[in-house]
Design a binder for this molecule. Structure first.
Ligand code: ADP
Length: 190
């Protein structure tokens, strides 16, 4: 299997790049943010629990997102591989993912980390907020909180995967096509 953690701060372009990669490599896209927003739209208990947390820009509890991922992995055992987008976001999530994949006799192949500086991220997210309708894109202090959550809880995962010799950092500034090309080169060189 080809299992990719597409990594980077909010606004780095993970969702956009995931779409291009799933088509090219026939992978399943697993975005915890999209799944959570789907639960909110359905009005499920999980969605109700997650909404206020997400609107503040805080992280949803580990056990909630881990359970979500586990059930999706178990339903897609025939897949060629997965792109994990927005997951894992904490060390506990990364350890659980390693264990879940090991139980399925597979593993993370690589972490592709998109590097973009904080000012560029804030600019992109405020711009996206004009049309996304997302409460967490609408206001600069919530965006700063999301970036802060990323820097404190999520960015350490680069070192987690680096220790496993799986980290590849990619400059996330440039055109969508340029960044896509760099990601494809990194995947094809594996
Ligand atoms: P972005 O990367 O632009 O912030 P996402 O759609 O990935 O957007 O995430 C939106 C929100 O969903 C996060 O701020 C967080 O509240 C919640 N979320 C998504 N994935 C996770 C996760 N793996 N762990 C905890 N919370 C998550």
């Amino acid at each position: 299997m080809l299992n990719i953690v597409l990594f980077g701060p909010p606004g780095a372009g993970k969702g956009t790049q995931s779409q291009l990669l799933i088509d090219k490599y026939s992978l399943i896209h697993l975005s915890t943010g999209d799944i959570l927003r789907g639960e909110i739209a359905k009005g499920s208990d999980l969605g109700l629990q997650a909404k206020s947390i997400m609107d503040r820009g805080d992280l949803v509890p580990d056990d909630v997102v881990i359970k979500m991922i586990q059930s999706i992995l178990e339903y897609n055992l025939e897949a060629k591989g997965f792109i994990f987008d927005g997951f894992p976001r904490t060390t506990a999530q990364a350890e659980s993912l390693d264990n879940m994949l090991a139980d399925l006799n597979t593993a993370i192949t690589t972490m592709l980390s998109l590097d973009v500086d904080d000012d560029e991220l804030t600019k992109r997210l405020l711009e996206r907020g004009k049309s996304s309708g997302r409460a967490d894109d609408a206001n600069e202090s919530i965006i700063r909180n999301r970036i802060n959550e990323y820097n404190t809880k999520t960015a350490p995962l680069k070192e987690y995967y680096n220790k496993q010799h799986k980290l590849q950092s990619i400059e996330g500034v440039g055109s969508i096509e340029e960044i896509n090309t760099k990601l494809c080169v990194a995947i094809d060189n594996l």
